[in-house]
Write a protein of this length. Sequence first.
Length: 431
Amino acid sequence: MQTALDELREHLRRVRAFSRNARLLLLALGLLGVGYGAFSTLFTLYIVEIGYAEDFLGLLIGVGTVGGAVAALPAGLLCDRLGVRRGLLLGTLITALGILIECTITIDWLLLAGGLIAATGVTLLYVAQAPFLAANSTEEERTHLFSVAAALLVAVSIVGSLYAGGFPKLLQALWPGMALATAYRLTLLGAGVVSAGCLAPLLRLRDPADAPPPLGSQVTLAVCLGSGAVRRLVATGLVLALGGGLVVPFVNVYFMREFGAGSGTVGLIRSLGVVVQVLGSLGAPWLGLRLGLVGGVAAARLVSAPFLLLMGFLPFLPAAAAAFALRTFFVYLSDPLHTDFSMRIIPPEVRATANSLTFLGWNATLALGGWAGGQLIVRAGYEPLFLLGSSITVVAAAVYWFTFRRFLPELPRVRVRLARAGSGLEDDGHS
C-alpha cells in the first residue's frame, strides 16, 4: 500500500514530466491569477461603491453569464476549427477589452456591455484550456496536471486578493481626497496590467505534433450531440452550478453588509479561501485514487453543502469565514477530478466543442442563479439564499453519482470512430 510519502513522490515525478506546452500555459495561468484574485475580491464592492444595489449586481452577473453561455458553442466550434492555442490567445485579448470597459465606465448599459465582452473572452479561455492541457499530457499525468493548473491559478490569485484588499487604502493614504470608487478602479486596472503579461508565454505555445485534423463544424456538432456522455455532462452541470451560483457571487457583499467587513477584511477572507482552494486542488489526485473520479466529485460536493448552509446562519464573522473556507476546500477538491473525467469521455477531435456545450449549460444556470440570488436577497434577505443553495448542492451530488456511477470503480475508455464523411460516434453502450 502506498504511503503518503510515496504518493507525494509520484505526484512530483508527474509534475516534472509536464511538457513544454503545459509549462508555458501554467505560467500564463499564474499571471492571469493575479487579475483573477483582484477582480474576484474587489469588483462586486466596486459596483456597490459606485452606487448600484444587489439587484443590479445580480443583473450584471446574469447578463455576463448569459453572454458566456451564448458564446460557448461558437467558441468551441472555433477552437476545434482553428486550434485551442489560437483560442487561448483570442480569449485573453477579448477578456482584457471587456474588463477595461467594466473598470473605466460607470453607465449601467455600458457596464453590461463590458460584462458581455469579458464573458465572451473568458468563455474562449475556459473552452480551450482543458482540451489544450489534455492534448499536451499523458493519461497517467493528466489528473496531476489539471490539479496543478487549478491550484496554480488560485495560489497566485492570493497575491491579487491581498493587493486588492490593501492597495485602495494605500492610494487614499497617499492622496487623501481620492474617492474610494476611484481607488478601487485604479487597483483593478493595475491588476489587469500584470495579467496582460500572460500574452508572452501564450505566444510561445505550439500546436501538438499529433493534433488531429479539424472536422467540419456540422460534423463536430453532430458528434457531440450524438454522444450520451456529452449529454450527461451537460445535464449534471446544470445542477452542479446552481447551488453555488445562487450564493457565491454575493459572498463579498454579504460579509460587508451583515458583518461590517471592509475591503481589507474581505481581502483576507478571500485569501484564506485561496489557500484552501490550492490545498483542495492539490488533494484531488489523492481523493481520486481512493474514490475514483466520479466518487470523488460526488463525495466532495456532498460534504461542501453543510458548510454553505453554515455561512448564512453563524452569527460571528470568523465562524462564517471558516465555513466559507471549508466549503471552498471541498468544491475545489472535486474540480480537477470533474475536468479529468470530462476530458476522458470526450473524443479528442471534438473536446473544445463538447467542453463548450457543458460550459453553455453551466453558464446558463449561473445566469439564472445570479439573477435569482439578487432578487431573493432584496426581497427576503440572505438566510433563505444560503438554505436554498445548500439544499440544491445535496441534490447535485446525488444526481452526479447516480448519473455516472456505472463508471466506478475504474473508468472505462471511450472508443470513438469518427467518419470523415459522416458523424458516427461509438461510446461503448453509454449513449
